[in-house]
Design a protein around this ligand. Structure first.
Ligand code: FAD
Ligand code: NAD
Length: 478
């Protein structure tokens, strides 16, 4: 007889494991099926995010930033550090240890919360049936009142640059180089390209980023994107916009990449090439056609605003459904679905999902960009404040960037907050909370911020919406 559950989750990434824990916490008998294994063949929970995504990339970003600081900015503080070296294997071992700690932490959380874990490929064989297929082909049948699909996404590959050993790699390969390459090519100036390109550039690689679009970070507010492009270029990233990759040839331990830029045919030779052109939803072998789960034209599982698929009692969350491919978006969806299954009222707010690019400095935003509002014909006002005028940023020797707040012209409601600067990932949470509470720019302007903090730039930007910023000369006095 099949093992019986209230909820079976397929996939244990940040969408799936959070959904499973929440469902169990709400008193439902819950199982999670996960196929990911480590090099020793042992099951690994945590999905892309914990194993080859958010966490390992941030571990390497932190290590490489310390190295870059020792090289470039210690001297400004009067600190001399000679013979600073990077031990790549020690850096990788630290990263792997963090991944191990976190993934085994999920195993512990499953045990502690009473989630039953199955190791194998999950396959939906009927509207309330899941098969967990182990590697040896043995099948465990599960029956569930509700099924939550959380099978995530995988990197997109492009025909001109098929992956090749450790020379042409995707993001996972780029998190595991065993030494600092001389020349690194990156295809795609998106989030992964900029973050992983930064890691290797900081450690001394010459990095060339080939981006097909003419605009840099087209989905970010362009005032900040321009500032970011200038900054990253100064840091050594050679960003080529409007570059269309047409082919590649492996030459021994290197790769020749052919591309067109500004109407000219060009070739660059790299020791490593990182392909970072986006990710696609992963649903391979997940269900038989007759189950009735529909997909959209881009291969995402079709869901409504509350993550219901086209089959009653089958839900889908995270990267496998529409919306930004972000860990925190998937986790919030997981919680929402578990609550809905438990009969509670729940709705996640898709308008306040923050975006962060963990470069140095970081670029983070929530809500609308000025370009989006212009395109909508919305009436808005803008307040900006540069970190160059913030004492704490000067103390930190890091005055690049600004905070930009956009508010509705009539109601003063905050429509977007954009931060390019040190610890922008932390600061943007203030905008998220403000927007979640429906606050106005004036509400933020009337709030007392600790001094000296980087967040004072948020306060000043809110004041600047009505030209009331203090630590800058207002051109237009009111
Ligand atoms: P995933 O994390 O992809 O998990 C899906 C899981 O389902 C996997 O474990 C997979 O093995 C399993 N699975 C698939 N099919 C089956 C099946 N049939 N049976 C059993 N198991 C199955 N996002 C951020 O928010 N912040 C970041 O800083 C960030 N950094 C990133 C850095 C990199 C290099 C990458 C690649 C991604 C990064 N992301 C980041 C994106 C983030 O990793 C994803 O948005 C997130 O992991 C999606 O979560 P998920 O649970 O939907 O899917
Ligand atoms: P992305 O969509 O952010 O960027 C891909 C870039 O590649 C785009 O700029 C696109 O124009 C470009 N591109 C596409 N095809 C190309 C081609 N043939 N030649 C040259 N350029 C091409 O995708 P990504 O960086 O691969 O990241 C994948 C997903 O992972 C993203 O959706 C992101 O949300 C998520 N992620 C998030 C974080 C974070 O939150 N900090 C970090 C890493 C990844």
């Amino acid at each position: 007889m099949a093992d019986q559950f209230d909820v079976v989750v397929i996939g244990s990434g940040p969408a799936g494991y959070v959904a499973a824990i929440k469902a169990a916490q709400l008193g439902m008998k819950t199982a999670c099926v996960e196929k990911w294994k480590d090099d020793a063949g042992k099951q690994r929970l945590g999905g892309t995010c914990l194993n080859v995504g958010c966490i390992p990339s941030k571990a390497l970003l932190e290590s490489s930033e310390k190295y870059a600081e020792a090289h470039h900015s210690f001297k400004d503080h009067g600190i001399s550090a000679s013979d600073v070296k990077i031990d790549v294997s020690a850096m990788m071992a630290r990263k792997d240890k963090i991944v191990d700690n976190l993934t085994s932490g999920i195993t512990g959380l499953f045990k502690g919360n009473g989630v039953t874990s199955y190791f194998g490929k999950g396959r939906i064989s009927g509207t309330n049936k899941v098969e967990a297929v182990a590697e040896d082909g043995s099948v465990t049948e599960l029956e569930a009142k509700h099924i939550i699909i959380a099978t995530g996404s995988v990197p997109i590959e492009i025909p001109p640059t098929p992956l090749h050993e450790d020379i042409i790699v995707d993001s996972s390969g780029a998190l595991a180089f065993d030494s600092v390459p001389g020349r690194v090519g990156v295809i795609g100036a998106g989030v992964i390209g900029l973050e992983l390109g930064s890691v290797w550039a900081r450690l001394g690689s010459e990095v060339v980023v080939l981006e097909a679009q003419d605009k840099f970070l087209a989905s970010a507010d362009q005032r900040l994107a321009k500032e970011a492009q200038k900054t990253f270029t100064k840091q050594g990233l050679d960003i080529r916009l409007g570059a269309r990759v047409t082919g590649s040839d492996i030459k021994g331990k290197q790769v020749d990449v052919h591309f067109e830029e500004g109407g000219e045919k060009k070739t660059e030779t790299f020791d490593k090439l990182i392909v970072a052109v986006g990710r696609r939803p992963f649903t391979q072998d997940l269900f038989a056609k007759d189950v009735g789960i529909e997909m959209d034209e881009r291969g995402f599982i079709f869901v409504d605003d509350q993550c219901r698929t086209t089959v009653p009692n089958i839900w889908a969350v995270g990267d496998v459904v529409r919306g930004p491919m972000l860990a925190h978006k998937g986790s919030e969806e997981g919680i929402m679905v578990a609550e809905l299954i438990a009969g509670k009222k729940a709705q996640m707010n898709y308008d306040t999902v923050p975006n962060v690019i963990y470069t140095h400095p970081e670029l983070a935003w929530v809500g609308k960009t000025e370009e989006e509002l212009k395109a909508e014909g919305a009436k808005y006002k803008v307040g900006q404040f540069p970190f160059a005028a913030v004492g704490r940023a000067m103390a930190a020797n890091d005055t690049t960037g600004l905070v930009k707040i956009i508010a509705d012209e009539e109601t003063d409601r905050i429509l977007g907050m954009h931060v390019f600067g040190l610890h922008a990932s932390e600061m943007v949470a203030q905008g998220v909370i403000a927007m979640e509470f429906g606050s106005t720019a004036e509400d933020l302007a009337l709030t007392c911020f600790a001094h000296p903090t980087l967040s004072e730039a948020v306060h000043e930007a809110a004041l600047a919406v009505e030209n009331h910023a203090i630590h800058i000369v207002n051109r237009k006095k009111k």
